[in-house]
Design a protein around this ligand. Sequence first.
Ligand SMILES: [Zn+2]
Length: 107
Amino acid sequence: MGGNSLRLDPGVSKMTYVCAPCRRSFKHPRVAPHPAACPDCAVEAVLVSHKFKPPRRDNLRQWKKVALLLRAGFRFESVDGCYPRTLMDAREFIATRSPPSIQRAKQ
Ligand SMILES: [Zn+2]
């Protein structure tokens, strides 16, 4: 335990948030129950699993897919198999399964 570890307080873990309209993700300390606002548009961002890999900002199709999944309640947590790669796959994905319980955000 060094004396200089204030900023690494293990109680303050950085969570990954996504703002689909701005096509960006960002890290934010978990500040529950208050939601994190997007630094760009100040709209409430969506908390996602740390496994989420944001597409490139200019990849509109991929961001459409992300937005679709988020709207359907998926947070990129582990699911059976893998997440869909394309927008079309995503539609089928959403139609054929329900999101993992989001209420696991309790650790
Ligand atoms: Zn935004």
